[in-house]
Design a protein around this ligand. Structure first.
Ligand SMILES: [Fe+2]
Length: 334
């Protein structure tokens, strides 16, 4: 019952009845803390934790993963336990109480795109895992695998990673190496399962065999790799990069819908799009005709074209398909 506090920050030191410190002020509550609190029947409530926005949780997780990747680059073993204790709690706190506009804002490229990208992919993979009722153990395994999916990029030159403009052939070949490099880096991690390691190798493979590094088809891909591929594409499309601004919201959804036929796992992608649209209910949006309004209802027959409440009435986008959702805006701003 305390699971909702995972990822939240302790407001003050918390002790057992015998005075043993469980967590100090400003520490992040993880699974272990929660089970100790429950075992010792220590009461925990909203007044004991500091509320953190999705945006802040994402920033904190990105800082942690930056630190972990730096240690891996320096030759340290993959610190799976640290990822579970320091990164996963923030990720699951975001998906426990998700706010789509804040998530997308938090994941926008700052100067640390690669790290935020790993967190973004972990957040969306964790959501898919929850929506498809993965067990607690599988969910944690999937999320750790997602945070490490691009670990191979630590060996790709920074000039290529941050290149403004499109890659030439040679650069693209070099960039593609990150999948195999990542898989090799993960080989020695004893705490990681094979399917978790395969996420690094397979997340750019596509159902029709058009992906890389091996061009395998959907039936040869691990389930976790299929989930991470969907999360990876969605996050890549929804953030601005050095070479382009982020796309209009409707275009991201359209591309995902197209990729669902032939490139990505169809049922995972369609579920993802529907759930993302449902998360947008209640959000303020800017429309392509310049008006702003609030998403009030998703039409199951046309999920990308919901019902919008405007200042002077309602607009059913499923009947006005030339008007689309341009972007989500901050709550309270119109
Ligand atoms: Fe990648």
């Amino acid at each position: 019952m305390y699971n909702k506090y995972i990822g939240r920050t302790a407001k003050h030191d918390i002790f057992t009845k015998h005075g043993i410190l469980i967590i100090s002020a400003n520490g992040i509550l993880n699974h272990n803390h929660i089970s100790i609190l429950q075992k010792h029947q220590i009461p925990l409530g909203e007044m004991d934790v500091i509320p953190l926005s999705n945006e802040k949780l994402i920033s904190r997780a990105a800082t942690e993963i930056f630190d972990i990747f730096t240690r891996i680059k320096a030759g340290e073993q993959i610190p799976v336990q640290d990822i579970e204790n320091e990164v996963l709690p923030s990720v699951s706190a975001v998906t426990e109480n998700p706010d789509l506009q804040q998530i997308l804002a938090g994941l926008q490229s700052k100067d640390d795109y690669t790290y935020r990208h790993n967190i973004g992919v972990a957040v969306f993979s964790n959501m898919i895992g929850k929506w498809t009722n993965l067990s607690e153990r599988d969910l944690s395994e999937l999320t750790v695998a997602a945070t490490l999916h691009d670990i191979g990029k630590i060996h790709i030159p920074i000039e290529i990673l941050n290149k403004p403009g499109r890659f030439n052939d040679e650069e693209f070949q070099q960039m593609k190496q990150h999948a195999l490099l990542g898989y090799q880096i993960l080989q020695n991690a004893k705490e990681l399962s094979d399917r978790a390691k395969l996420v690094a190798l397979q997340h750019h493979e596509r159902f029709d065999g058009s992906g890389y590094p091996y061009g395998i088809t959907g039936d040869q891909m691990e389930h976790f790799s299929k989930i991470v591929a969907v999360a990876d594409i969605f996050h890549a499309l929804s953030t601005n990069r050095v070479y382009r601004q982020s796309m209009p919201f409707y275009k991201i959804i359209d591309i995902m819908q197209e990729e669902a036929f032939g490139k990505l796992d169809n049922s995972i992608t369609m579920l993802f799009i529907r759930r993302i649209m449902e998360m947008a209910v209640g959000s303020q949006v800017r429309l392509t005709d310049g008006r702003t309004g609030k998403v009030v209802m998703i039409n199951n027959m046309a999920v990308a074209h919901p019902l919008i409440e405007l200042a002077d009435g309602y607009l059913d986008l499923s009947k006005n398909k030339d008007v689309r959702i341009e972007s989500l805006v901050n709550k309270g701003l119109t």
